[in-house]
Design a protein around this ligand. Sequence first.
Ligand SMILES: Nc1nc2c(c(=O)[nH]1)N[C@H]1C(S)=C(S)[C@@H](COP(=O)(O)OP(=O)(O)OC[C@H]3O[C@@H](n4cnc5c(=O)[nH]c(N)nc54)[C@H](O)[C@@H]3O)O[C@H]1N2
Ligand SMILES: Nc1nc2c(c(=O)[nH]1)N[C@H]1C(S)=C(S)[C@@H](COP(=O)(O)OP(=O)(O)OC[C@H]3O[C@@H](n4cnc5c(=O)[nH]c(N)nc54)[C@H](O)[C@@H]3O)O[C@H]1N2
Ligand SMILES: [Mo]
Length: 779
Amino acid sequence: MDETPELPSAQTPPETEHPHVGKASTVAAGVAAVVQTARWGLREMGPVRTVRTLLAVNQVDGFDCQSCAWPSPNGARHTAEFCENGAKAVADAATRKRVGPDFFTAHSVLELSRQSDQWLNAQGRLTHPMVLREGATHYAPITWDEAFALIAAELHALDTPDAAAFYTSGRTSNEAAFLWQLFVRQYGTNNLPDCSNMCHESSGEALNEAIGVGKGTVTLEDFERADSIWIFGQNPGTNHPRMLTSLQAAKANGCTIVTVNPLPEVGTTAFANPQHLSHPLKAIPVLLGRATPLTDLFVPVRINGDVAFLQGVMKEMLAEEDARPGTVFDQVFIREHTVGYEAFIAGLRAASWDVIVEQSGASRAQIREAAAIAMRSERMICCWAMGLTQHRNAVDTIQEVANFLMLRGHLGRPGAGACPVRGHSNVQGDRTMGIWEKMPDAFLDRLGAEFGFAPPRAHGADTVQTIERMHAGTIRVFVAMGGNFLSATPDTGFTAEALRRCRLTAHVATKLNRAHLVTGRQALILPCLDRSEHDVRPGGEQFVTVEDSMGIVNPSRGVLPPASEQLLSEPRIVARLAQATLGDRTTVAWSALADDYDRVRDHIARVVPGFDDFNARIRRGPWYLYNAVRDERKFNNGIGRARFTVHDIPRHDLPAGQYLMMTIRTHDQFNTVVYGLDDRYRGVFGGRRVVFMNRDDMADAGLAQGDLVDLTSHFAGETRTAPHWLVVPYAIPRRCTATYFPEGNALVPVRSTARRSNTPTSKSVRISIARSVGGAPPA
Ligand SMILES: Nc1nc2c(c(=O)[nH]1)N[C@H]1C(S)=C(S)[C@@H](COP(=O)(O)OP(=O)(O)OC[C@H]3O[C@@H](n4cnc5c(=O)[nH]c(N)nc54)[C@H](O)[C@@H]3O)O[C@H]1N2
Ligand SMILES: Nc1nc2c(c(=O)[nH]1)N[C@H]1C(S)=C(S)[C@@H](COP(=O)(O)OP(=O)(O)OC[C@H]3O[C@@H](n4cnc5c(=O)[nH]c(N)nc54)[C@H](O)[C@@H]3O)O[C@H]1N2
Ligand SMILES: [Mo]
């Protein structure tokens, strides 16, 4: 009988204890956040290092926080310019624990794969380049030279450069990203998938067509001036905590805040600013646990109910405009700066109230109240994140937000605009630097001219296409600059098969993760410096730069000694890989660039628009990149005008027993990096394998809190099942459910993606729920 050897597990193992459902925090941040910050810092770094490290975060002469992309204030910065979750991210990188060769000798890959995601990350910083040779059970040390030679040999063995893919996660600095895409294009492919493909790709696609800028159009100063801020599909209390400070300031200036979300997320309902603890008077309410209620109107939409809701609001506004022409819509802006208004209005008239109310999940009264706020708002900002970008019709939804802004001319004037809130701290900068599988020709022209070569023009593979091509055997070498391609991507089982079919998978990384364990025939771990660490090169002490969510370019300078002497910086890793791979074929002075990042910036200044005089300017401090919509009310989308677009309301006619599932983040994780097992704002403690359900749906299905269920997703006639989830009753609309990312990813079908942006539909998965039978794993 044939014995198939056991493969390393692509999933975190079953939890040994059930999560415990307790009282959710009623206030975001506050004293608890300060206590948590200290706890995480001390646990990973000890007292001296904690103080030293945290004081450098987001300071102009320190390093950019590794967590989210929310901007730091332009003027005076607080001594503590970070949040609880930023502190977790910093502590996670600055930890004193180490994963070196001994660790890999002691544990086989199979054994490591049986540990949880949290355990893997908690072992510490990677210190040495490691190789998993064909057939080996353990990673073994390898020299940097051998590692680069191995990748180069595998790349040379391919029939075409398009049989390799080069992934980027959004922590990569501008300098490293610029070199990375240059290397990849000199090698000969545009296969540059990135985390943005799973994140704000839909925003870029929608906005580029609608308004000619693929990014947001507001600054922090606009936040202070806005009279209404709308937050769609975003959980800032957990994922962008410093945004709460901006919202609180806006509110103090009289701004009305509308939150549109299936869940009443605590951050947007009640916030106690921990920065006020250093101010005797302001500290009193914080210490008493008293909070500023941030949201004025909460609209509990159904999952993917946003187009229906927005059309309802705009239909109310249209009725008022019909009654008193010229008083609601900005007809001058519409006439002078837009196209498509007539068709758009016809579409609104045709939309049915029954469908709007049923599909949005919002009541007529809520829609009317929202419309009243919109009609009196002179300066409106719309924010959004993954709750809008990860659906089949995500691009439509975001264009509906653009329509909403255009009606009253809220583009290109102070206090108003679009604010897609970015995730990773430099995901926006990476795109600006050319990390995209389909960079426009104008960029490729300048890149080619600067370095004297002909960049490939055929579009490359995005993240989902990379998975499909690895699975089909047409992409055979996978190299990642950061991230966790196995666990962040959809369809974990399928993606694991895809990775296993590669000849080589290689990861530049700071911490161990599951993508290092589910590998190609051979695998490499290439450990790099973290942003918090000194980077000393022959050209002196180096710094890098990042671009935040509002298009501000910031310097970032490490303050800690490197976690190991073996570590190389990301720019240096790229340079040495390029030299090993391209040899005499290259037209780039790679080692000179890696010795002095000023030289990289000089190239960037000539290739990337808006970076003229980069070196001199960054030494004067952070600056705003030019934004045609914000700065000049110009719409460079080919027609020179903002474009109204008409969209159908998506219909989710779920058969009995089926639900929509969204996959969301807890308060104790950064994407696939699980720091802890609590989600204190939602009252879940000590575990992550839960499914949130509406109480009435539970009653109809005969389920009670604490029942164990199996979840099955349904797509295009296929099913995928993931066993053993604990049912948790929650304030979530009927027929809507939620699980946590990345555990829920096994249920997201790889081919279920957003139209046009090809982003996995991680927030709309159709599932059915069945009581688990047989052995429940947790004891
Ligand atoms: N601490 C911490 N910070 C982070 C991250 C992290 O993991 N941890 N991740 C970073 C990254 S890469 C990103 S992209 C951002 C992510 O930031 P978020 O987008 O806030 O993250 P999610 O947890 O995916 O939350 C999505 C929110 O959308 C809501 N939602 C889901 N479906 C819908 C819908 O159909 N309509 C509406 N209106 N709402 C919906 C959910 O209830 C939830 O509140 O955060 C960044 N910052
Ligand atoms: N179901 C579901 N899936 C999702 C999402 C969702 O909401 N639901 N969200 C999607 C989104 S928005 C995103 S952005 C992606 C995230 O996808 P990724 O960016 O691929 O994933 P991360 O978990 O952020 O990557 C963590 C790893 O990055 C490495 N790392 C950390 N810092 C550095 C560094 O400075 N340099 C290098 N080289 N490596 C570093 C560490 O080894 C760590 O283990 O996931 C997507 N997947
Ligand atoms: Mo993201």
